[in-house]
Design a protein around this ligand. Structure first.
Ligand code: ATP
Length: 122
């Protein structure tokens, strides 16, 4: 195995460690994971089309990635600036705002995908 391939595997294992750490310690990340699991189960139940699966998968990935970045920003600030500071507040509030925007976007996608399916069922 070449050095480059080995570095890719090591890099992937570091990334996987990050996801495991977030799952272990971050309640919000766990809630997003459980929601993603519920949405995927609903997708299987409703036998979604490929386009609808694409919308759902992109929305889920978007929320999880933004939540991971928000967690990284929070941890970095707690490490670099553990004391209370107005700049720290603005930075954390902005990162939390990004999570809210991603979650609201995903909620709209979820409604657009599942409302017609539910409508057809009843
Ligand atoms: N060092 C700080 N200085 C000023 N305000 C802060 C500071 N740390 C946090 N805050 C304020 O408290 C809010 C919550 O911060 P916190 O770090 O607890 O994140 P959280 O959203 O509760 O996430 P988690 O539950 O994952 O820790 C921030 O959005 C910010 O308004």
């Amino acid at each position: 195995m070449s050095d480059k391939q080995w570095q890719s595997i090591v890099g992937f294992s570091h990334a996987w460690n990050g996801i495991k750490a977030a799952t272990r310690t971050e309640g919000n990340f766990r809630i997003h994971l459980i929601t993603a699991f519920a949405v995927i189960s609903a997708g299987i139940f409703f036998r979604l089309t490929v386009i609808k699966w694409l919308m759902i998968i992109v929305a889920i990935g978007f929320v999880l990635a933004v939540e991971l970045l928000n967690t990284a920003i929070e941890k970095m600030l707690d490490y670099l600036k553990p004391d209370i500071h107005p700049h720290a507040k603005v930075i954390k509030d902005l990162a939390a705002g990004a999570v809210l925007v991603s979650a609201m976007t995903a909620a709209v996608v979820g409604l657009l995908v599942f409302l017609p399916e539910i409508y057809e069922l009843v």
